[in-house]
Write a protein that binds this ligand. Structure first.
Ligand code: UD1
Length: 325
């Protein structure tokens, strides 16, 4: 039996593939390499270049590799880009997921884990966010993720597919063993960009928005180490195998950091000031996203092991340094 990982050549997916292999799971990766990198896929994993929404291909892979569970990372993830190109986001994230889910139902795959997002919640929702807070996504990206959550909920009620949707907060850092990391040259993530600035590859860091209703005026996020996020998926997989019902979980640490606090954290690691430039807000960015992770801690016994900004920044810097070496 094996696990099908869509988007397994991407940032988070490639960490997932290593984690699965580290514990002896057989893995098949499906990735169209639009942003993924073939070289990030762990040696030993089967690799197929193709679309997660290609139902015929997925059905063939499920049969050939005796797939028992699907972990679905493939998708487009950049909030401002989704505001400019909504139809592309609905195609890549909703239409493709629908085809993938249908292929799973037809082939009798019983377990599905989906990469959802903290941005599904209403801007007015109470922070830290519990899973029950009202949902009112403000970007096409976030809407596309909530639509897919709904498809999974409805499908799981109607058919045998059990699904877990994990609402990621802000994922950062790299594999502590240095095997993979964020490698998209145009990546927009704050900590990735800060690492590029710290290494002198980008002249300055833009602070997008200094007039948010937050103590220092900059956006607040709950930054979580990619290894802790991947560990949550392993627990979700184990729970589904043990017969757990479908569920939705926040995955974040439960503490918010402003953009300025992250900048200070990076400065503390590198021991000098980071050149910054104050810029207007980015389209579609909510002011504050902080997780209440109580549910995943109690239901899946998830325990963060890398809840430390300096460690996250160091691992991101380490990976970034190796990238252009
Ligand atoms: C990220 C993810 C999104 C996920 C969400 C969950 C990516 C590309 N985006 O979005 O998929 O659903 O977390 O919370 O993975 N900022 C700057 N300067 C920069 C970059 C960012 O000031 O150069 C600010 C942003 O305005 C924001 C914060 O830093 O306040 C984090 O931004 P970013 O790292 O891009 O992530 P999100 O947009 O929150």
């Amino acid at each position: 039996m094996s696990i099908l990982v869509t988007g397994g050549a991407g940032y988070i997916g490639s960490h997932m593939v290593y984690a699965l292999q580290d514990r002896g799971e057989a893995v098949v990766v499906l990735d169209n390499l639009s942003t993924g990198v073939r070289g990030l896929v762990a040696p030993g994993a089967a690799f197929v270049e193709g679309e997660a929404g290609d139902a015929a291909l997925v059905r063939r892979l499920i049969a050939e590799h005796r797939v028992e569970a699907v972990i679905h990372f493939a998708g487009s993830i950049v909030v401002p880009e989704s505001v400019a190109q909504p139809l592309r986001y609905y195609a890549n994230n909703v239409v493709a997921s629908r085809a993938l889910i249908e292929a799973c139902v037809h082939a009798g795959v019983g377990a599905f884990i989906f990469s959802s997002t903290a941005t599904v919640y209403a801007v007015e929702a109470k922070q830290p966010l519990s899973e029950e807070e009202p949902k009112a996504p403000i970007s096409p990206y976030a809407r596309s993720k909530l639509m897919t959550e709904w498809m999974l909920e409805d499908t799981s009620r109607a058919h045998g597919l059990r699904a877990m949707s994990l609402r990621y907060f802000n994922v950062a850092g790299a594999d502590p063993q240095g095997r993979t990391g964020q490698s998209t040259p145009q990546a927009t993530h704050l900590i990735k960009r800060a690492a590029q600035v710290a290494l002198g590859r980008v002249p300055h860091l833009d602070i997008f928005g200094t007039d948010y209703p937050t103590p220092d005026g900059t956006g607040i996020r709950d930054y979580i180490h990619v290894s802790d996020l991947v560990a949550a998926h392993l627990l979700a997989l184990d729970a589904l195998r043990a017969g757990a019902e479908s569920a939705t979980y926040n995955v974040g640490y439960g503490r918010g950091l402003s953009v300025r606090e992250v900048v200070r954290g990076v400065e503390a690691v590198i021991g000098r000031p980071l050149p910054v430039r104050e810029s207007p807000r980015r389209a579609g960015d909510p002011p504050v996203l902080i997780s209440d992770p109580s549910r995943i801690k109690s239901a899946l016994n998830w325990q963060p092991r890398h809840d430390d900004l300096a460690e996250i920044v160091r691992s991101a810097l380490e990976w970034e340094r190796g990238l252009n070496a």
